[in-house]
Design a protein around this ligand. Structure first.
Ligand code: SF4
Ligand code: SF4
Length: 271
């Protein structure tokens, strides 16, 4: 019948109008005092329309809500590594960021001048960030996460909206608070609450300690100083092996650097 759709729509609107008052009566005097009531009225169980009195009232954001990213540091009261930066300055987030609003300056060892896996500076232009979450998805070290804080307006966007390292850095416990499920999922995937590199270091140290413990005692000197045949030379302590591997790696790196320097000198000389 002509006009049936209009009548149906009007009926639904009217029902919402009536339910708004029914809900008002049901939650009379309670809607502003109880956060639970407030959240129920914002959810699918609520029947009528309801106006949020922002900023006095705020709707709770879901765990997967994402706004501007923040950088993860170890907890500031962590007994082993207080406030340690989780970022290794790999630059992947800056590379994948679609609007290119991340700038990273890699840190350098002041003595050797070599790069270190820590950013010296880290900036995000929050006016350009489109909250896509790519940086957090691609970070291999769980060092950048999407924040829930959306109240970022200010009167001076040129200076206040370029977030630097201190402004972007937050403790791991903050991430656990705003995204408890995801934090646990990530921890399980990582194999513990520690940073990946810290876990690797610990595993290496444990392995070396276990190998040292299991290593046979020093060969017993018998008759004229000849070593006992029961102590073969192949079973040297694992700590020595680790040192040897490290020295080999360093030598290889030095050789590669020397080759690079020679190549550069050749190119510059030929130019
Ligand atoms: S936040 Fe993650 S992806 Fe970005 S530079 Fe640091 S470690 Fe790399
Ligand atoms: S959320 Fe998206 S736009 Fe914002 S910094 Fe990360 S990758 Fe860039």
């Amino acid at each position: 019948m002509y006009g049936q759709g209009i009548a149906k729509g009007l009926w639904i609107t009217f029902k919402h109008l009536v339910n708004t008052y029914v809900d008002d009566i049901r939650y009379a005097g309670r809607k502003y005092v109880s956060q639970d009531n407030f959240q129920v009225r914002q959810g699918p169980k609520s029947q009528g329309a309801y106006t949020v009195q922002y900023p006095d009232e705020k709707i709770a954001v879901p765990e997967r809500f994402r706004f501007v990213p923040f950088r993860v540091d170890s907890d500031y009261d962590d007994p082993e590594r207080p406030g340690q930066d989780w970022c290794t300055s790999c630059g992947i987030c800056a590379k994948v960021c679609p609007p290119q609003c991340i700038w990273i300056v890699r840190g350098q060892d002041p003595n050797t001048g070599r790069p270190v896996p820590q950013p010296e500076a880290f900036f995000i232009d929050i006016d350009i960030c489109m909250n896509c979450g790519y940086c957090a998805e691609f970070c291999p070290f769980d060092a950048i996460k999407m924040d829930h804080d959306y109240e970022l307006a200010s009167y001076d966007r040129t200076s206040r909206h370029i977030y630097d390292k201190p402004k972007l850095s937050k403790e791991l416990r903050y991430w656990k608070t705003i995204a408890p499920t995801r934090a646990v999922e990530e921890m399980e995937a990582r194999g513990g609450w520690d940073h990946k590199d810290v876990q690797k270091e610990k595993a290496k140290a444990e392995k070396a300690a276990a190998a040292q413990k299991a290593a046979p005692a020093a060969p017993v000197q018998t008759n004229g100083g000849a070593a006992s045949p029961a102590a073969p030379a192949a079973e040297a302590p694992a700590a020595d092996d680790a040192e040897k591997i490290k020295a080999e790696r360093l030598a290889k790196r030095e050789a590669a650097l020397a080759r690079k320097r020679a190549r550069d000198a050749e190119e510059n000389g030929g130019a």
